[in-house]
Design a protein around this ligand. Structure first.
Ligand code: ATP
Ligand code: MG
Length: 494
């Protein structure tokens, strides 16, 4: 791309206003970083970083005035200010020079030149600037040949990589994240420095590391990032449980598959089907307990008994350590880890309605996600085997639809509540209430009765009778009351 052609990218009212102000205060001013990189990648970015040799806050305020933008978000402590113009977010900062000491990630920051500012950037491709000062408008500054690196698809640090990475070790995560997102190669020296400086990652906050990890997981082919993280020793620093999946044990002629590569294959497969971060996390963690449950059993070979239950139990510890949310997202991941073998069991046996009903009941609204995970989990090299499994899954899916249409157990609430049981028999909350309620649920899931109020009511009477309980209220009374409840509920809403 010709340098002169850069003007077309800054020919709009925001850049024109910045340029006018830059001329008035006569300060070197540049659009810099990701926005400029993305022009060369043919991507449109709405996050724009502006660097001025002077005060970023003052420039932001003058530009806001010119554009009639009322709100300027000022971060005094960082010397930055931000404006929103339409869907653009423009951040202004004064050019700075940073020097680091080895025991802290907090640099000593001083005012600096644009060149100083470019030297403290992470990669050559992220150190490009386009001048906005009227005298040099549109000129590209590229002191580290970032444009060449972009066209050769190479990630390289502007300075000695050991310095760049040691100064701010998060840049190591960013190197691998960009390599995964953009499918760029990491230049050899830069790559070597990742291993050399891996332990420096310890000074970085877990939130920032996990942020980058999530961006890797959300990439089109996340395995690229995980392999680089593992090869460089970075993964071991913050996620040793995942590294533990690696390796193959052998007893005589018997070995098991390498669960590290298997898991990455599953993750890539899921990534082809879904952009959901948490479904992808379920893929990451589905076999996480295989290393701790692994056992060689004579006559059987390698077993990973109950790894789905142990895995479910390991999820909160991992989420806590990685500062992932300990909320319903975590419980969703736990559920998928716990259930990830169920559909395959269904497909290898004769599929009974009752087994399908139970799976629907346990998975609830997550049944489709669970099926995506389970299909992704079939990574055998044996094509015939894969075909057979996938065909079986087709059957399971068909059955799931049939049963759901017939019995609607997906978000099934048993038709007889504990409240009703207590009213009918005139008893207080107690063990019989729970046991009657459970038996009704089991009878429905087993297909002994349908998911229907009247059938469930009759069963309740039988079960009560067996425990010596006598009905104190008639069915009509209960139904009337339920109707009253429904009509008063709906009148509340009006
Ligand atoms: P994306 O927005 O896709 O995550 P980006 O490169 O724009 O990628 P930002 O975090 O938006 O990343 O940062 C904007 C710019 O700030 C980068 O292009 C880079 O020049 C610089 N930068 C960000 N983080 C660092 C860092 N840890 N060390 C050095 N420079 C950084
Ligand atoms: Mg950005």
């Amino acid at each position: 791309m010709q340098v002169s052609s850069m003007q077309q990218y800054i020919n709009n009212k925001v850049f024109r206003a910045i340029s006018e102000v830059a001329g008035q205060i006569n300060r070197p001013t540049y659009a810099i970083g990701g926005f400029v990189r993305d022009i060369f990648l043919g991507r449109v970015s709405t996050d724009i970083d502006i660097v001025v040799q002077g005060s970023g806050i003052e420039l932001a305020q003058l530009v806001a005035k010119k554009l009639g933008v009322k709100r300027v978000n000022v971060f005094k402590r960082f010397g930055t200010a931000q404006l929103k113009v339409g869907d653009w977010e423009v951040e202004f900062v004064g050019a700075r020079k940073e020097s680091y000491s080895s025991d802290s990630r907090k640099p000593i920051v001083e005012d600096g030149t644009i060149e100083d500012d470019q030297r403290r950037r992470d990669f050559t491709m992220n150190a490009l600037g386009i001048s906005l000062h009227p005298h040099t408008l549109g000129q590209l500054i590229d002191p580290f040949n970032g444009v060449d690196d972009i066209s050769n698809r190479i990630i390289r640090t502007p300075l000695d990589p050991n310095q760049t990475f040691s100064d701010d070790p998060l840049r190591m995560m960013r190197a691998i994240r960009f390599a995964t997102q953009l499918r760029f190669d990491i230049e050899a020296n830069t790559y070597r420095a990742l291993s050399v400086n891996k332990e420096r990652l310890k000074i970085i906050s877990v939130e920032r590391i996990t942020d980058e990890l999530n961006k890797i997981i959300l990439s089109k082919k996340p395995s690229i990032g995980f392999m680089l993280l593992e090869e460089t020793g970075l993964l071991e620093q913050f996620f040793p449980e995942f590294v533990a999946l690696k390796g193959v044990d052998k007893v005589k002629k018997h070995n098991h598959k390498d669960n590290f590569y298997h898991t990455l294959q599953v993750l890539d497969n899921v990534a082809e089907k879904s952009d959901d971060l948490w479904l992808r996390w379920a893929a990451v963690l589905h076999d996480i307990a295989k290393p701790v449950t692994k056992k060689y059993v004579k006559g059987q070979g390698w077993t990973f008994h109950a790894h789905e239950f142990v895995g479910k139990k390991m999820v909160p510890g991992i989420f806590r350590k990685l500062k992932l949310p300990l909320n319903e997202k975590m419980r969703y991941v736990q559920k998928l880890v716990q259930l990830h073998l169920r559909p395959i069991i269904l497909s290898s046996d004769d599929v009974t309605d009752s087994a399908v009903r139970r799976l629907l009941f346990d998975a609830g609204d997550h049944i489709d996600d669970l099926m995506i995970l389970c299909e992704a989990d079939i990574t055998s090299k044996n094509d015939a085997k894969v075909k057979r499994y996938l065909a079986n899954f087709k059957l399971v899916r068909k059955k799931l639809i049939e049963i759901e249409e017939k019995d609607a157990v997906r978000n099934f609430q048993p038709p007889i509540s504990g409240e009703i049981i207590m009213q009918v028999f005139g008893i207080a909350p107690s063990k019989p209430v729970g046991s009657i309620k459970d038996s009704i649920k089991e009878a429905i899931l087993d297909g002994k009765i349908s998911n229907d109020f009247h059938e469930a009511y009759d069963l309740m009477l039988q079960l009560g009778n067996a425990q010596g309980l006598k009905p104190q209220k008639s069915k009509e009374f209960i139904l009337n009351q339920a109707n009253l409840q429904v009509s008063s509920d709906s009148s509340n809403k009006e």
